[in-house]
Design a protein around this ligand. Structure first.
Ligand code: BGC
Length: 708
């Protein structure tokens, strides 16, 4: 028996044995990934027969053909088949479409996120695939960026915690590999310009952008994707400091690094940092990329570079070892038994989807109109997103990828907000008028106003659409579009209670909704069950518990407006704007009220390697059971480099019955209070730290911790 076929050996031992048997061509082949969408048929056939490391976006017959042909190659090394299962295995029509990452982050529920990832992995594996390009660990601080919807929001700690939960979920059953992306500081590009330069220093990277990737590495994440952009003018694809010295050597990442789509080619054609693809291939490999996504001539040039002695054989072996280990880890060489196809879009996943959709919704305003009373007779449901499953799904589903489709119809169960309202309140109570489109008036506003006049309450579903979000679709202005603004204000003019429901990919400027509507609900992209969850929330069938993971500016010019900014701005606000954002990180109401008291630290003075307990009593003072996310913030009173005015360092979501008081304890690792100094070293500086525990960034109890 060949050693690499021996299941009793570890992935490393098996990879080592296989590596010894491989030719240089076979090795370099492992370092290439191709997408069948981006190839001419002749090339594509060639790659299938020759055998390469990975294919992406191959579904159905394509996937089967690839498997069959690669099995016939000399060593029969199976390819890793990758897919963007970003919020569910949603490129496959019929699979479960969970809410977007941004929506799910508002649940602050690690356990539920873990479950959604596990469910996604089952569906991906059942569909014959092995690798998801998820989660996104980018931090969304400039809302102009087209990809805000893909993130867990604006806070590094939250991104890291949820990222860890999701990675663990994806890889839990050993079926698939996760991919933490996009490494690094991709969302921080100037002006929110996708794939552009992020003018950040290494110090800033270590403070804000690296910690989530560190957690990903600690969680055992199998792969990391190199970002498109550059850091202070050095493209990530060619950035040895970031990829090799920091990610692999310092953090000890032992998975493999894949470039993003055609990054190698981009070094030449977009970034102009290499004279030709050969030069770019050299830079990419030397920087630490192990696999090139979709620059096909990378294969030929890397072979040449090794033969010319410019890239060492050891460097190639290191990449191939990493890739093979991933394949052994998920049993690709062992005729593994995949989950049954019946898990795809199954009932359990539907239930889970509804559970996470409920917890992801954020009730931002309620003047008492919600929950709608049982005796409500007629409800006008209006707005361009009331019956738009495309808008509700958001980016990265079969509607948009791998190729956009204008005609696709969802195969699985789904509920728009209109569907949900009909189901929850009864069809005869609902009058539907679209009112307007996202971009055009469409002549419907009068009809919507008429409907509102005939109703006791108005549910107005507005937001944005795919054309305003995603790659290549950054926005300079994040206002609600004019027709929608006009629709809402005409509805409010009727004097009826208007409940605004936002179905949108990212925060918009919604000051007008806050001012004029009776209630505001943020759903972001709620996935297949989002519409039902929104209607249930309106009916009071569950108690909302979502809180914002991202802040909402008053105007586009107020960006960035993230909550954890530094001290030191003269005046602290623009002279022509109010101080605060419209809504900020942590905001979110429920149908009950929580009172915090009795904040205690297990130690008032701690050493730098201590873990202390921070506890507080939380009383549910209202009449409805609910879940509350208790947040722990800190403020480093004096520090040798600037630190945020307030910053999240812990949270726990707890269920509290009406009338009940729970003692909630959150562990605080004193090491998490470390700052990154100007020379990039990390240190917990002695001194006072304010510890704040409460519902959000404005409502909390405070005490002081001394660190020696
Ligand atoms: C995106 C990645 C994605 C890849 C493969 C790229 O354009 O930036 O996030 O995983 O395409 O679809």
């Amino acid at each position: 028996m060949k050693k690499y076929t021996d299941k009793t050996l570890s992935p490393s031992e098996r990879a080592e044995d296989l590596l010894k048997r491989m030719t240089l061509e076979e090795k370099v082949g492992q370092m290439l990934q191709v997408s069948y969408n981006a190839l001419n048929p002749v090339d594509y056939e060639r790659y299938k027969k020759r055998g390469i490391g990975s294919f992406l976006h191959a579904l159905g017959k394509e996937r089967d053909d690839i498997r069959k042909k690669s099995a016939k190659t000399r060593l029969g090394i199976p390819p890793l088949l990758g897919i963007d299962a970003i919020h569910g295995h949603a490129l496959l029509n019929g699979a479960t479409v969970f809410p977007s990452q941004l929506a799910m982050s508002c649940s602050f529920n690690r356990a539920l996120l873990f479950e959604t990832a596990r469910a996604t992995a089952l569906e991906v594996a059942a569909d014959g695939l092995d690798w998801t390009f998820s989660p996104v660990l980018c931090i969304a601080r400039d809302l102009r960026w087209g990809r805000v919807n893909e993130t867990f929001g604006e806070d590094s700690y939250l991104v890291g915690e949820l990222g860890k939960a999701v990675i663990t979920g994806y890889e839990y059953d050993g079926n698939i590999i996760a991919c933490a992306k996009h490494y690094i500081a991709y969302g921080e590009a100037t002006g929110g310009r996708d794939a552009y330069d992020s003018p950040v220093t290494e110090r800033k990277i270590r403070e804000v952008f690296l910690p989530p990737f560190k957690k990903a590495v600690e969680a055992g994440c199998g792969s990391v994707m190199t970002a498109y952009g550059s850091i202070d003018a050095l493209p990530l694809t060619a950035n040895k400091r970031m990829l090799t010295e920091i990610l692999k050597d310092e953090l000890g990442f032992d998975g493999f690094v894949v470039t993003d789509w055609e990054n190698v080619k981009s070094l030449v054609h977009k970034q102009r940092a290499a004279k030709d693809i050969k030069d770019a291939s050299y830079l990419a490999v030397e920087a630490g990329n192990d696999m090139s996504m979709n620059t096909h001539s990378f294969y030929k040039y890397v072979l040449e570079l090794v033969r010319e002695g410019k890239i060492s054989k050891e460097r190639i072996d290191d990449s191939v070892r990493r890739i093979l280990k991933a394949k052994f880890r998920i049993g690709l060489f062992d005729d593994k038994e995949r989950p049954d196809k019946s898990v795809i879009g199954c009932e359990n996943h539907r239930k889970l989807n509804l559970a996470i959709a409920r917890e992801s919704m954020v009730l931002l305003k309620n003047d008492g109109v919600l929950p709608l009373k049982d005796n409500v007779k007629k409800i006008a449901v209006v707005g361009p997103n009331a019956d738009s499953i495309r808008a509700q799904f958001g980016d990265w589903t079969f509607f948009s990828h791998p190729l956009p489709s204008a005609i696709a119809k969802p195969r699985g169960e789904y509920h728009t907000v209109l569907d949900g309202m009909r189901e929850v309140f009864g069809g005869d109570k609902i009058i539907f008028e679209k009112g307007c489109d996202i971009f055009g008036h469409g002549g419907g506003i009068e009809k919507a106003v008429d409907a509102a006049k005939r109703a006791d309450a108005v549910v107005c579903v507005i937001g944005d659409c795919l054309a305003q979000n995603g790659e290549y679709r950054d926005r300079a202005n994040i206002d609600l579009t004019d027709p929608q603004t006009e629709l809402v204000s005409r509805l409010c003019d009727t004097g009826k209670k208007v409940i605004a429901v936002l179905v949108n990919c990212k925060p918009l400027c919604i000051g007008m909704l806050k001012e004029r509507c009776a209630a505001v609900i943020e759903t972001f992209n709620g996935g297949a069950m989002g519409g039902l969850a929104a209607a249930e929330l309106i009916a009071g069938r569950f108690n909302p518990s979502g809180k914002l993971s991202i802040s909402f500016p008053q105007t586009s010019a107020q960006m960035p407006c993230y909550y954890n900014h530094y001290h030191g701005w003269h005046g602290g606000q623009y002279v022509d704007l109010k101080k605060d954002s419209v809504y900020t990180f942590g905001d979110g109401l429920s149908y009950t009220e929580y009172a915090y008291s009795n904040l205690k630290l297990s130690k008032k003075t701690a050493c730098k390697d201590d873990v202390i307990e921070v506890s507080v009593d939380v009383k549910n003072k209202g009449g409805m059971d609910g879940k509350e996310t208790v947040m722990l913030f800190v403020n480093d009173v004096v520090s040798s480099v600037l630190t945020p005015v307030i910053e999240l360092k812990g949270f726990r979501k707890v269920f509290i019955k009406a009338g009940e008081t729970k003692r909630v304890t959150i562990k605080l690792n004193i090491d998490d209070l470390a700052i990154i100094k100007s020379d990039c070293t990390r240190e917990v500086e002695s001194g006072d730290f304010e510890i704040m525990v409460g519902a959000n960034t404005r409502t909390y109890l405070k005490t002081v911790l001394k660190v020696k």
